[in-house]
Ligand binder design. Structure first.
Ligand code: ADP
Length: 488
């Protein structure tokens, strides 16, 4: 910057907006210099000191306004005092009659009042603006500090893709530094070259179209080449006229969590495969033992053998469920679909369960013919899971009611119990893997919390839906829907 530019910068009132720097010395010096210059000019160069009054009003008034804008009330008043003192000097140095002096004094007083009013109102306004701007700056700084300190990555961009906030954690997660002011192309991914999703499905593109994202997971490649998993929650910022003005995104690194899940999946996979062989052998031995011992007709031993058989079956079911979870996670669950009557399957399943579920009455009236194309074995698994859950989570002696109905080309099956019910909060989670409702007041039930997860996967692979309607303490009704079979 040249000296001239520096001087202009120093003189510009706009450069001081928002800064509470109110100089007294500068208005004092400049106004005094100006008055002396005017006086000397008219007295010794123009030789007509009586003409100095008009320029003294115009120029010094200009200075008062200027200093009120630049230095607030202090600057305006300093300039006013010097001006009024100079006006007094003019009156005294040029007076002729006493009358003239009094008239001059009255005029100077009027000027003083007007100038003071101008200096305080313009200067006051300038100071108010400074306070407002300072307040806004403080809020901005506070927000900026919070954003910087957040343990999650934060990115805020304007509608045109210009980055307005990008914190340190974002850099830690992705390895890329995104300076404020960078323009991210709208149709590109959230961080250029970082997120391996199709541009049209990139989080930013979706958010700038008005769609909010909740905990969406993406796989990314860090700058150092490492694969990371991230979770993004993002939403548009609506400005005036209901138009999107910006987009905000909060990004968390979930790689550790994903790796833990992977380890858990691997463990379930290995454990269930390893357990299968000994359980199958156990079942064979128990069966052969049971047939040999039955010859002796010993009731007590028979009972023991039967309970070992029952427990082995349960163990087998558990391991089968774990294997299914593994198959779902690795995309290896296969389906052998055939056309059959859903009600027929329900009837068969209910009849087989009558022998096992002894403390509840299962009510099913087979009065509809609903033809579906599905995997009978897998569907049977879902129905058994829903009915056994209904018996597990409702008091003995209550009814379990099974119904079917046809709705908009879908077969809908419901399993209703009068049990403990499920709160609204828990209803969203029970179809998740390994989720069991925990309630300190109610005793816990045996199970792994995977039955409903498997059921949901099976039903959705049949293009159906599974859901629950329930109220805590008043029982639950589980539903699943399947598209009816249509001959093509
Ligand atoms: P599990 O029964 O082995 O724990 P599920 O996946 O079948 O696993 O069920 C998940 C959770 O949903 C259960 O732990 C239970 O808390 C809740 N739940 C399922 N069915 C019912 C029901 N009919 N009534 C009340 N709670 C239920």
């Amino acid at each position: 910057m040249t000296i001239i530019e520096n001087i202009i910068d120093y003189l510009k009132p706009s450069n001081r907006i928002g800064k509470k720097q109110y100089s007294i010395l500068f208005p004092l010096l400049l106004t005094t210099t100006c008055a002396i210059f005017l006086e000397l000019d008219y007295r010794f160069i123009i030789h007509m000191p009586e003409l100095v009054r008009a320029p003294a009003v115009i120029i010094l008034l200009g200075l008062i306004i200027y200093f009120s804008l630049r230095d607030g009330i202090r600057g305006g008043i300093t300039s006013t005092i010097i001006t009024i003192l100079y006006y007094c000097y003019i009156s005294i140095s040029q007076f002729s009659t006493e009358n003239n002096l009094i008239a001059d004094a009255e005029r100077t007083l009027s000027f003083a009042i007007i100038y003071l009013f101008l200096a305080t109102s313009i200067g006051g306004l300038k100071q108010k603006i400074d306070i407002l701007i300072e307040k806004e700056e403080n809020e901005k700084n506070k927000l900026q500090t919070i954003i910087q300190q957040m343990p999650a990555g934060v990115l805020v961009i304007e509608k045109n893709g210009k980055v307005t906030h990008a914190n340190k954690q974002l850099e830690v997660i992705s390895g890329y530094r995104i300076p404020v002011g960078t323009i991210l192309e709208k149709d590109r991914t959230l961080l250029p070259e970082t997120y391996n999703v199709k541009p049209s499905r990139s989080p930013l593109t979706q958010v700038l179209k008005g769609k909010a994202l909740m905990k969406r997971e993406y796989q990314i490649k860090r700058k150092d080449g490492k694969d990371r998993y991230i979770q993004i929650s993002a939403s548009p910022v609506w400005g005036h006229n209901h138009k999107i003005s910006a987009a905000t995104a909060v990004i968390t690194d979930i790689t550790q969590q994903k790796e833990q899940e992977q380890r858990r999946d691997d463990f379930i996979n290995i454990a269930s495969h390893e357990l299968r062989t000994p359980i199958t052998s156990m079942k064979l031995y128990v069966n052969s033992l049971s047939s040999r011992i039955s010859e002796y007709n010993n009731v007590e031993i028979n009972q023991i053998i039967e309970s070992v058989k029952y427990q082995t079956e349960k163990l087998q079911d558990l391991v089968d469920d774990l294997l299914d979870v593994s198959r779902i996670r690795t995309g290896k669950m296969t389906f052998r679909k055939e056309v059959f009557l859903l009600n027929g399957l329900l009837e068969e399943t209910v009849n087989s369960l009558h022998a096992i579920i002894k403390h509840h009455k299962i009510i099913f009236s087979n009065d509809q013919s609903l033809m579906v194309l599905a995997d009978k074995f897998r569907l049977n698994q879902v129905i058994i899971n829903l009915i056994t859950n209904a018996s597990k989570y409702s008091p003995a002696g209550t009814n379990i009611i099974i119904n079917t109905k046809l709705l908009n080309g879908n077969a809908i099956v419901s399993v209703k119990d009068s049990g403990m019910g499920i709160s609204k909060e828990q209803q969203k989670k029970i179809f998740n893997r390994l989720y069991q409702v925990s309630d300190t007041k109610i005793r816990t039930f045996p199970g792994l919390g995977i039955g409903l997860y498997i059921s949901k996967q099976i039903i959705s692979r049949h293009r159906g839906r599974i859901w629950v309607e329930s109220e805590k303490g008043k029982g639950s009704t589980f539903y699943f829907s399947l598209p009816l079979y249509k001959k093509s």
